[in-house]
Design a protein around this ligand. Structure first.
Ligand code: 2DE
Ligand code: MG
Ligand code: MG
Ligand code: MG
Ligand code: MG
Length: 327
């Protein structure tokens, strides 16, 4: 059985150490460093850098018809993906008032919010220097787009839409911006660094977009079905935050009484418990899984078009990991 992580192990195992080294290089301030490096302890899934490395290997093989080691720039993009993602989680946990992340107390529990917000900014600042050092305008634009999408996705989440139709479209756009854009655009950047043509670059982008959408659909599903100890972060959190994710939006078709609760963002006493029960009684969880599977099948269909190699097989297997993950 192919293990995608195993295929890129050599480059992946140093990602968190390399991040720590870059953060240290850019500050002499011990506390800022301590907060900023807190999540780079090797305990995260490292899905995003793994995908970047795997796709880079697969495209190097596709283009050169043999195994070609990754360039420093290709490895750098993988590392920056993990930095930007982790910085966004630091801000996300402050916004979501979330106290647990990657199996340990989140930074906002251990340090005050002013310092935490700035440590997220600091990681982004160092990431921006690393992006500049890649010295490729198309890559810079691509990775810059991700930052604007992350903020806009998060901002969209604060609003509610009136009709069911608008709501689902809004949810999907938000999901693209807050999760899929990072994966899609980082894979696009990797493909440009591999020397891919336009068609292959678009393929990489669409593969990432589909994997990213599936990943967030499963994240939203796990919020309803997994325990916080399995997740390493609080479970059943989204309704409490007022968020109507895919399982609720699907459940709404069967239980229209959810509409009013969605509109008031589950703020009345009993709303959260009631909505939770209706979601479980409906087909909402299965429908969410089904939609995630649809995106994974599309991602596989795209990966089939890359030349056969262990890495290409890895890209196919990743979709199963995304669908069947427990955390
Ligand atoms: C995770 O979603 C959030 C991702 C995007 C966060 C973006 C922010 C804007 P979840 P979990 C906060 C700031 C952007 C920057 C710093 C570039 O569903 O379930 O809340 O893991 O994730 O808490
Ligand atoms: Mg970020
Ligand atoms: Mg959150
Ligand atoms: Mg959030
Ligand atoms: Mg979530």
């Amino acid at each position: 059985r192919i293990d995608p992580y195993q295929l890129v192990d050599d480059d992946l195992k140093n990602v968190h150490l390399d991040v720590q080294e870059e953060l240290r290089r850019h500050t002499g301030h011990d506390e800022l460093y301590t907060i900023a490096q807190y999540y780079f302890d090797g305990q995260g899934k490292c899905l995003r850098p793994m995908l970047c490395l795997l796709l880079s290997h697969a495209l190097n093989f596709h283009i050169h018809k043999k195994d070609v080691p990754l360039s420093d720039k290709q490895k750098r993009v993988a590392m920056i993906a993990e930095m930007v993602h982790s910085a966004s989680l630091i801000h996300d946990d402050v916004i979501d008032c979330s106290d647990f992340r990657r199996g340990k107390p989140s930074v906002n529990v251990l340090w005050n919010h002013k310092k935490v917000a700035m440590s997220g900014d600091f990681i982004l600042a160092v990431a921006s220097i690393l992006i500049a050092r890649i010295n490729n305008d198309d890559v810079t634009i691509c990775l810059g787009q991700v930052l604007t999408d992350l903020v806009q996705g998060e901002f969209m989440q604060l609003g509610s839409k009136e009709t069911e139709n608008e709501r689902f479209t809004h949810y999907l756009t938000k999901t693209y911006r807050k999760t899929a854009s990072l994966i899609a655009n980082y894979l696009k950047a990797e493909s440009m660094l591999a020397g891919a043509d336009e068609g292959l670059t678009e393929l990489a982008f669409q593969y990432g977009r589909n994997v990213g959408l599936a990943f967030q659909l499963v994240d939203d599903l796990l919020d309803f079905v997994a325990s916080s100890s399995a997740l390493g972060k609080p479970a059943a959190a989204d309704l409490k935050l007022g968020l109507a994710t895919a399982p609720v939006l699907f459940a709404c078709e069967k239980y229209p009484e959810l509409n009013a609760m969605i509109m008031r963002r589950f703020q009345e006493p009993g709303d959260v418990e009631h909505a939770f029960e209706l979601v479980h009684k409906s087909q909402g969880l299965e429908q969410t899984q089904f939609l995630a599977r649809k995106h994974c099948i599309e991602a596989q269909r795209l990966a089939e078009r890359i030349a056969e190699s262990p890495y290409q097989k890895g890209l196919l297997v990743v979709t199963d990991l995304v669908l069947n993950r427990m955390k």
